[in-house]
Write a protein that binds this ligand. Sequence first.
Ligand code: MD3
Ligand code: FE
Length: 208
Amino acid sequence: MIAPLPGLRLHPGYFDRAAQEALVEALRAVVAAAPLFTPRMPKTGKPFSVRMTNCGRLGWVSDAAGYRYQTTHPDTGAPWPAIPAALLHAWEALADYPAPPEACLVNVYAPTARMGLHQDRDEEDFEAPILSVSLGDSCVFRFGGTTRGAATRSFRLHSGDALTFGGPARLAFHGVDRILPGTSTLLAQGGRINLTLRRVTKPAPARG
Ligand code: MD3
Ligand code: FE
């Protein structure tokens, strides 16, 4: 048994079924304004198995030129739609951080999609936690230490779960080993959606 890194907080079932359905409706509007795109690996251009979009002032994108945050959709050039209010409320309740999130990455997993072990380090501000919300089919989530070689452990994330990653967990390696098809009835087509809310820039210091 590997001790989890301090700073990881799991809130199982934070969103009840009605709240999950409302989030899916809000995400339909997000995807209508900002269509899903297939990110590609820097340099190789190899496509991710996960499709993505974003809401918020800044969106995370990846293509042959690299990983970055930008204010516009890579295909349409339009600004990203607003972050749904229910997610802003969850950030206020769970993030313990004095500034709002700037980016909400929407990852859409088909039943065979996965995400390799990685760190999230394209942000300027590592003091803010990351808030993740799972919807749809459960997945096997893998979580390790702050070096690639550190021991990892895996656990399942279910529809409606919220997690915050702050402190040492903010820079932990993590990934999604696999989706567990047929474990949720939330999404008619099956699969999984993950929402990741992040602060990207450092907030202006409070004046006093
Ligand atoms: C731990 N997404 O978008 S969410 C990502 O399920 C990403 O789609 C996965 O990793 C997904 O970058 C995992 C949980 C998560 C998100 C960000 C983290 C865990 C994290 C950042 C630091 C440590
Ligand atoms: Fe990540």
